[in-house]
Ligand binder design. Structure first.
Ligand code: SGN
Ligand code: CA
Length: 504
């Protein structure tokens, strides 16, 4: 699993942006899901859903801030009890260590790209190098030296990349900073015909990406330019300029590898920024964003290749299920945005590729709506371990092994909570069917949005008030109420979580 990896940036889904030959191998040897989605498009809640097989209003981890209730059963605990050896490497993003894991080395919180700290079963440590390579080294070292060959194993291999602030490895930084990417058709979206939530979100590339933190402009460059907006990097960085919070971790050797590229970006910026219209600034920021984001992904792909090669070389691949996913999707300039959170497709959908030789036919493509809610039960069923009755997903195994007639789901439920908070995406829940998406933004506004997914795939026109859709609205509201009650969500719980959040 990686963090914030948009399906638009995997060549098995879309070849416009990047080639990811290693991740694609999983699809070629197994299955790719084109409508895999999350229940809540944000990091720790998605991980909590994956681990517990429950929606966030049940497992309580509604946002990145709320604590994870460690009395809950997570699926690795069930694997451990069933005799599996279990391990976890990389980003967990909980306030606590994982349960049911024999060996782990996890990043504290968001973790760092360069010279990352790790929380381990033996105490804390810092490892010099690039995080994506290091997490893979740890995973391979475990497979090679710590794995008990008499036992089956469950390994969670969890990248920090390509999470913000996007720092590729020095080599990829050099390579990718020269590339140019196609401009998305909705980069200059003005949010007309949408609700208040899209208009008031703070994730616009022009307005909300930071020159230092995101585009790698040095504080000295900004200080030397008299007419640029003051160097304000408002949140998360404790008053720092954003650029320095990452750069300060590099040792001299690392700085010397990054510096020539950073310098050339800064020199260009210094002499051109004055001449740039808002349109040009938007395009420049978009290109810088893509270069660093995709450069970070390229290392993830190389490292996924190392793991796949290891499994093959050690004859483990024949009887090992390999799944690749992300904690949610991400905006790569669609609607002018970066980040995630919304029920709209780019953040709601997430990559899912799974291979299992001799069980899953190579090269199959599935279009059913599956969710991160389903993973726990899928893995449990595949391993013949009893699924707890209170898990809320469904095993997707039937879709993988040719029993699709057993699959009955025709709608999924979504609920996002973290507001007010960074990026200011308002709380909302909704229902998604193959043809429609109906969402209710219920705090601190009361607005509904309806999108016709087949006529308007880019979700540019809220048709909730269009008389032609009146019948559909009534039908979907009924269905949504049924889903809310099926999953045991309610207005009372919405209010409970608002109250709890505001008190913290
Ligand atoms: C950080 C990021 C945000 C991001 C959240 C949540 N800022 O605050 O852009 O939305 O994490 O991301 S940054 O300081 O890291 O650049 S999540 O994936 O953990 O949910
Ligand atoms: Ca994430």
């Amino acid at each position: 699993m990686s963090d914030d990896h948009a399906y638009q940036a995997i060549s098995a889904y879309n070849e416009k942006l990047i080639q990811t030959p290693n991740i694609d191998r999983i699809a070629r040897e197994g299955a790719i899901f084109t409508n895999s989605c999350v229940t809540n498009s944000i990091c720790a809640p998605s991980r909590a859903t994956i681990l517990t097989g429950k929606h966030n209003h049940i497992n309580g981890k509604i946002d990145n801030r709320s604590p994870f209730d460690t009395t809950q059963i997570t699926f690795p605990q069930l694997f451990q009890r069933a005799g599996y050896q279990t391990a976890m490497f990389g980003k967990l993003h909980f306030g606590n260590n994982p349960k049911g894991i024999d060996d782990f080395m996890i990043l504290p919180g968001q973790g760092h790209y360069i010279n990352p700290d790790f929380i381990t079963t033996q105490g804390d440590t810092t490892i010099i190098g690039y995080v994506t390579d290091i997490i893979t080294d740890l995973a391979l070292d475990w497979l090679e030296n710590k794995r008990d060959e008499t036992k089956p194993f469950l390994m969670m291999y969890l990248h920090k990349a390509p999470h913000r602030p996007w720092w590729p490895s020095p080599e990829k930084f050099k390579e990718y900073s020269k590339k140019q990417y196609p401009i998305p058709v909705t980069l200059f979206d003005d949010y007309r015909n949408r609700g208040t939530a899209a208009k008031s979100a703070e994730m616009n590339i022009l307005k909300d990406l930071r020159y230092g933190h995101d585009s790698k402009i040095r504080p000295e460059t900004i200080a030397s330019m008299d007419d640029i907006e003051p160097f304000v990097e408002p949140y998360n960085w404790g008053g720092s300029d954003g650029f320095s919070t990452s750069y300060v971790r590099f040792n001299d050797e690392q700085k010397s590898k990054y510096d020539p590229v950073i310098d050339s970006i800064n020199i260009w910026f210094q002499s051109n920024w004055h001449k740039m219209t808002d349109k040009k600034k938007m395009e420049w920021k978009y290109q810088r964003y893509m270069q660093d984001y995709l450069g970070s992904i390229s290392s993830v792909d190389d490292n996924v290749g190392r793991v796949l090669d290891y499994l093959k070389e050690h004859k483990l691949d024949d009887n090992t299920i390999v799944a690749y996913t992300s904690d949610q999707g991400f905006y790569l300039g669609e609607h002018g945005w970066f980040d995630k959170r919304f029920i709209y497709d780019e953040s709601f959908k997430t990559p899912l590729l799974i291979k299992w030789p001799n069980k899953i036919k190579p090269g199959i493509k599935r279009t059913e709506m599956v969710q991160n809610l389903d993973f726990a039960q899928t893995f449990l069923e595949a391993a013949n371990i009893t699924q707890p009755d209170d898990m809320q997903g469904e095993s997707i195994l039937p879709l993988l092994i040719g029993n699709e007639k057993d699959w009955k789901r025709n709608a999924v439920y979504y609920h996002y909570y973290e507001y007010p908070a960074v990026h200011m995406v308002k709380r909302h829940y909704g229902i998604i069917t193959e043809k429609f998406k109906l969402a209710h933004f219920y705090y601190d506004i009361d607005e509904w949005e309806l999108y016709d997914r087949s006529l308007d795939p880019n979700e540019m026109m809220n048709v909730y008030r269009d008389p032609d859709y009146r019948k559909i609205v009534i039908e979907l509201k009924n269905k949504l109420a049924n889903l809310r009650s099926y999953y045991k969500d309610s207005r009372e719980l919405d209010l409970y979580y608002i109250d709890k959040y505001l008190k913290n």
